[in-house]
Write a protein that binds this ligand. Structure first.
Ligand code: SF4
Ligand code: SF4
Length: 363
């Protein structure tokens, strides 16, 4: 039974439940984006360049869009689970009152790579299916996701090994660059309505559909970095290596900075604090991102720390990515974006490198 359970790890359902495919000339796509910015009530955000990196930010013009990017510094999940968020406001003046807060800015997000769409699907499962979190849910439901197939692969990424280089779901619209046009896969009614209302498109013929399929098939082979084994083996591999000396050895270099947590699209831990104003009458309950690599993460009210050793915290992150969340939700919580690897100064956060090392030790 154990073997069967692990055999399903990291598989993403490729069932196609779309609404067909359209073609749009690149000039017309820019007009479409500019029309959204000008006429749609939702805020339009997309991938822009910032110095020599890429970020998601509000678009002022379609010219700012950089759909040829490799990877963004943070994933679009920052819009659904913001780094800091007010959950409620309280007031002790007179009769004690508490008001729930859920500030939602409806968004159209343009340029999401497939691995980040898969990460959003995983977070949906965490925040919608198990213990509904309405601050997350309302933000997600008010959003439109426009994906784009990868044109340039980050040298840190290994999404091809994690079944996350492409996806056939999780988007409202999905763009594929085919020369002077984009093919647009329509993935939802919301996406269909957006196209009908604002875009000048034509029908995609069978040749276009075949070309999109060819491009998607090719993407997987563009990743320089790869796991040397099937990601389906990860839960079992990690279970067998709980006491591996690699954790202690690598953790000696760990700065406990938490960067690997904060850039990760599948990390979702947060801390909640009540911040009372100096007047001692009003205040806010806020939640902020937290990370299991930070020293105080597992500290409890009595002062006891369940993971006070760096090695235990370091190991915990990999166990969570490749085993604990698989056991809980049925997915491997790493989509191979490589953001953690690129943000770790001592170069010890790369899951691809760590998982391959564990496998080598066993063999
Ligand atoms: S593994 Fe790297 S990024 Fe993560 S906490 Fe340690 S030093 Fe920071
Ligand atoms: S663990 Fe690293 S590579 Fe995997 S999803 Fe998180 S940031 Fe990306």
């Amino acid at each position: 039974m154990q073997e069967d359970k692990y055999a399903d790890a990291a598989k993403h359902d490729k069932n196609k439940g779309g609404f067909g495919m359209k073609l749009v000339k690149k000039d017309d796509f820019l007009n479409f984006v500019n029309t959204l910015i000008k006429n749609d009530s939702r805020t339009v955000v997309g991938v822009k360049s910032k110095r020599n990196k890429f970020i998601y930010d509000t678009l002022n013009s379609a010219d700012e869009l950089r759909l040829e990017y490799d990877v963004t510094m943070l994933s679009p999940n920052k819009y659904f689970l913001p780094p800091t968020e007010t959950l409620l406001r309280y007031d002790f003046t007179g009769k004690f009152s508490v008001q729930a807060v859920n500030e939602v800015t409806p968004l159209i997000i343009i340029g999401i790579h497939p691995y980040d769409l898969i990460a959003i699907e995983q977070m949906d499962k965490v925040f919608k299916d198990s213990n509904p979190d309405y601050n997350y849910i309302r933000k997600r439901e008010a959003s439109i996701l426009i994906g784009t197939n990868i044109q340039n692969v980050s040298s840190y990424a290994f999404s091809g090994s994690m079944g996350a280089a492409t996806t056939d779901r999780g988007f409202d619209l999905m763009l594929t660059n085919i020369g002077d046009k984009y093919a647009i896969e329509i993935g939802s009614i919301k996406g269909k309505n957006l196209i009908e209302k604002y875009a000048k498109v034509s029908e995609a013929d069978n040749d276009t559909t075949r070309e999109v399929q060819r491009i998607k098939t090719e993407i997987g082979s563009k990743f320089e970095k790869q796991l040397n084994f099937s990601s389906e083996e990860l839960p079992k591999l990690l279970e067998e290596n709980y006491d591996n000396e690699l954790w202690e050895k690598n953790a000696q270099k760990c700065l406990s900075c938490g960067s690997c947590n904060f850039v990760c699209p599948t990390c979702y831990c947060f801390d909640v604090q009540d911040i009372t104003e100096l007047n001692l009458k009003t205040g806010e309950r806020i939640r902020t991102w937290d990370g299991c690599l930070l020293e105080d993460f597992a500290k409890v009210a009595t002062g006891e720390n369940f993971r006070k050793d760096r090695a235990a915290r370091y190991r915990h992150r990999f166990m969570r990515k490749g085993k604990y969340l698989y056991d809980k939700f049925g997915f491997i919580a790493c989509i191979g974006c490589g953001r953690c690897a690129s943000s770790c100064l001592p170069d010890i956060a790369d899951p691809c490198k760590v998982f391959n090392s564990l496998k080598e030790v066993i063999e």
